[in-house]
Design a protein around this ligand. Sequence first.
Ligand code: ATP
Ligand code: MG
Length: 396
Amino acid sequence: MTVLPPLMLDPEVLRIATTLEDAGYETWCVGGALRDRLLGDDASDIDLATAATPDQVLRLFRRTVPVGIRFGTVGVLDQRSHLHEVTTFRKDVSTDGRHAVVEFGVSLEEDLARRDFTVNAMAYHPLREEWQDPLGGQEDIARRLIRAVGDPARRFEEDHLRILRAIRFAARFDFAIEPATWSAARARAERLKDLSAERVREEWVKGLGSCRDIGRLVRLWHECGAAAVWLPELVPADAVPSGEPPVRDPVMLTAALATDPAGMLQRLRASNREIDRAAHIAAGPAAPADTDERTVRRWLAAVDTVAADLASIAEYRVGRRPGWWEVAMTILERGDPVRRQDLAVDGRDLMTVGISPGPSIGKVIDSLLDQVLDDPRLNSRERLLGLAAAWNDERH
Ligand code: ATP
Ligand code: MG
């Protein structure tokens, strides 16, 4: 095994670690940021683990935020008000597959052993520039493997979310999942139903945002049995477009990847706004029937707020921007009226020319929009009021 390199650390992290060490508390850098750095990505924030209890951490620093005191995590704010997470060495004493009760006063080794995967279970001493890797994380990074720490069956039973985390990390780094870890995960997929929708949604959304290849992410959800439990609407992996979508928006991507995206997001307890958006995307029409301006304007009117989502999905599916999007952009940039509120008149204006309040107003507005979609030049107050008056005369 190669000797692990010293890391370039944020001076603020060094300062916090020094304060803790000077007070007599052993303090190490831990967690996913070390994994990321060994993979050449320096962007993530470094978490610190310390022998100091949360109370002791709170007393040592002037500006703190109790981000997760119950689990031992204190946020320490630096001079730029950037938050650094400092967590007391801990182990999980009891679990029900979802929630953990934690105990402090344990060693670094025990703290590393309670972590989910070997690649997430390394430690680095920021002052001594020394690595601790008792579980072989470095080797698994070199082999590109996600491997549970300890007995995978037990670790997944303690917390079934780890099954979804294994999938997410494998897809994010394009790592394989070590066979015993993967078979333990698959054997317990049924138990994923005990998780809260919020935690599952977070994994799905983070997975979509971070995976190297969306097809692989979808394949792993299916192969493990997680899709059957939580995302039955998910398309098969070989139906996933092979290219990169123009944006990694989770609602747009869910709509592109699910037969009933609104139903799926409902099960995942997404916000009503997101569920609505997914339903609108699914309702389509997915694209205008033709590329002439009239047709594209009518399509923009029909799909309203989800036009850009549908364009992203079309681009994702065929691997290039659809020809009609250029036409749509021209229409939108020019400001052609495509919605009721774009019309040069409103309901009150219509009453001034004798349209009676009530359902007639809506009918006239729809009829005016219909005409304006064919010919945007009609969208002036005088012409629309004229058209409305004529409509009214026809009916009296
Ligand atoms: P990300 O880049 O997604 O934040 P991460 O590795 O930092 O990746 P976090 O969820 O932020 O993941 O958790 C930080 C660390 O805490 C992990 O690296 C892992 O050591 C540990 N951890 C997090 N969740 C679990 C879990 N469910 N079971 C065991 N250990 C966990
Ligand atoms: Mg993290």
